[in-house]
Design a protein around this ligand. Structure first.
Ligand SMILES: Cc1cc2nc3c(=O)[nH]c(=O)nc-3n(C[C@H](O)[C@H](O)[C@H](O)COP(=O)(O)OP(=O)(O)OC[C@H]3O[C@@H](n4cnc5c(N)ncnc54)[C@H](O)[C@@H]3O)c2cc1C
Ligand code: FES
Length: 328
């Protein structure tokens, strides 16, 4: 039996029961992957012909048919089929690692956001915009987005205290400099696409600014000079942070425009008022050809994603890993 790979026009001979990601890697097909466990989403591709099985809950595999999106690492081949892999430009391979880090800095960015810096023994290879799972103790584990671009020996995270949140309460009241932290990753699909020269819109809600800063730094480090509009939405003026970093980035890139949108903006506080998605809607009539990165609470990300599609952005060019609550 065979798997045909679009758009490469390649056909690979395979056996029933083969794992799709193993087959692609063994044949040097360029495909992104990281966790190899169905968690990070980076090995996503599309079944465009035939059927396959994907691992389901409690090991009951679910059948997938043409048109379904599958994670290659979770897909078992059962008959000849055709697969479409993402654009070649998008391929990133960062094998997932678990690093034993140490808290090297803790500082308040706002009344409820902490900047947590984590020293790591060796660099974590990741693409700007990705996230990692932080294990503060065996009972305090959550995903957080990296706010620095790759290559650093220190990672930076921006963590907002959620009222009654289990892990963020621990971070706010017990975490201290010198504590060990386990960092596993990288994870996530909303990473910077480097081979793009069109306009870019970044929409960040609250600590969604962390991955957006990483993306902006990554763009400038890669020499990308695309026009960029950053919309940073917060609830009140007291929630605004990171303006000095955004200004530094603007000093390096004249076509980087920053719009801070405060939902409860009062008279004279100097910020634009209202909801961040409304600001984008008001500013742009048509956004065909743009690329978008969205980060923050799921409701904001969903609303922004719907809006940007209506404005004409190709859904394949809207990248988001919303901050879903983990629920454990
Ligand atoms: C891909 C990804 C990246 C993330 N990156 C970041 C990041 O960079 N910075 C950051 O601060 N957070 C980030 N998060 C959110 C983070 O993982 C936790 O969900 C959050 O810190 C709350 O954890 P907790 O244990 O304190 O709350 P929990 O005890 O899990 O939740 C307590 C209550 O608060 C609700 N809740 C949980 N999270 C939120 C929220 N964000 N807003 C409103 N209500 C909430 C829950 O539904 C629950 O009712 C990210 C999440 C994901 C999935
Ligand atoms: S490599 Fe397949 S989901 Fe992470």
């Amino acid at each position: 039996m065979e798997v045909s790979i679009h758009p490469l026009a390649r056909t690979l001979r395979v056996q029933p029961g083969d794992n799709l990601l193993d087959v692609l890697r063994a044949n040097q097909v360029p495909i992104s992957y990281s966790c190899m466990a169905g968690r990070c989403g980076t090995c996503r591709c599309k079944l465009v012909g035939g059927r396959a099985l994907v691992a389901g809950p409690e090991d009951s595999p679910a059948p997938m048919a043409a048109g379904d999106t599958v994670l290659a690492c979770q897909t078992t081949l059962v008959e000849s089929c055709a697969i479409e892999i993402p654009e070649l430009d998008d391929v990133v391979v960062h094998p997932a690692k678990i690093l034993k880090g140490t808290v090297t800095g803790l500082e308040n960015l706002t009344h409820d956001i902490k900047r947590v810096r984590v020293g790591i023994p060796k660099p974590l290879d990741f693409s700007p915009g990705q996230y990692a799972t932080l294990q503060f103790t065996p009972r305090h584990i959550r995903p957080y987005s990296m706010a620095v671009a790759r290559g650093a020996d220190e990672l930076e995270f921006h963590i907002r205290l959620v009222p009654d949140g289990r892990v963020t309460s621990y971070v706010a009241s017990e975490l201290k400099v010198g504590d060990p932290i386990r960092v596993s990753g990288p994870l996530g699909t909303a990473y910077l696409r480097r081979k793009c020269d069109g306009p870019v819109v970044c929409i960040a809600g609250g600590t969604g600014l962390a991955p957006i800063l990483s993306i902006l730094r990554g763009m400038l480090d890669a020499g990308m000079r695309n026009p960029v509009h950053v919309y940073f939405g917060v609830r009140t003026q007291a929630d605004v942070y990171g303006l000095e970093w955004l200004r530094e980035l603007q000093a390096r890139h004249a076509a980087l425009h920053v719009h801070v949108v405060v939902a409860a903006a009062g008279d004279g506080d100097g910020f634009r008022g209202g909801v961040v998605t409304k600001a984008v809607a008001d500013d742009w009539a048509h956004m065909g050809g743009w690329r978008a990165y969205l980060a923050g609470a799921p409701v904001m990300v969903d609303a922004a994603s719907i809006l940007l599609r209506q404005k004409g952005i190709d859904p394949e060019h809207i990248h988001a890993d919303a901050f879903h609550a983990s629920g454990v």
